[in-house]
Design a protein around this ligand. Structure first.
Ligand SMILES: [Zn+2]
Length: 173
């Protein structure tokens, strides 16, 4: 048992020594100046050790025997799984970001029920509003930031009636 522990200790030190250049390489990889050959060499050196200390990396003993194994996964993989201090200390914002400005308000159109996205309207109804505005047919009650579930939807004419309505709107404007 103690021999095993000592061995693990040794391997861990070894890994940490190996990891430093690997991290450097990864950061260079991300910077777009990949030195793939060197990275592959490091990965290959790392492979037999990774088998021994798999748990440290969250790897389930995939690569044993070393040699040809690391070619399967991308050479950059081992570093990703490693507990890199960069990732660990990343104090970036957690949790969900607010997906919509309007909070949990519902769409202004009666019976729609979708969350409002823009000016009190859901994505679809805001598009409709824009279209109506563009074609000079925006109803008076389709105001910006109307109360949720308060505005009567309008049925748009189709086919020839649509063309006629558009022409009339154009003349009116
Ligand atoms: Zn809607």
């Amino acid at each position: 048992m103690s021999v095993d522990k000592a061995f693990r200790e040794m391997v861990r030190n070894e890994i940490e020594a190996q990891l430093k250049p690997l991290r450097d390489l990864v950061s260079r990889l991300e910077a777009g100046t990949a030195d793939l050959d060197r990275l592959r060499t490091v990965a290959e050196q790392l492979a037999p050790l990774a088998g021994a200390v798999g748990p440290l990396f969250g790897v389930s003993g995939g690569s044993r025997g070393g040699g040809a194994a690391p070619a399967r996964r991308g050479p950059g993989r081992p570093a990703r799984a490693a507990p890199a201090p960069v990732a660990a200390s990343g104090g970036k914002k957690r949790g969900r970001k607010p997906s919509s400005e309007g909070g949990a308000r519902e769409c202004a159109i009666k019976g729609c029920g979708k969350p409002s996205r823009t000016k009190g309207y859901c994505a679809a109804h805001y598009q409709k509003l824009r279209m109506l505005e563009k074609t000079n047919r925006r109803p008076n009650n389709w105001v910006d930031y109307a109360e949720p579930n308060s505005v009567e939807d309008i049925k748009l004419p189709r086919g020839r009636a649509a063309a006629k309505a558009l022409a009339e709107a154009k003349n009116a404007g």
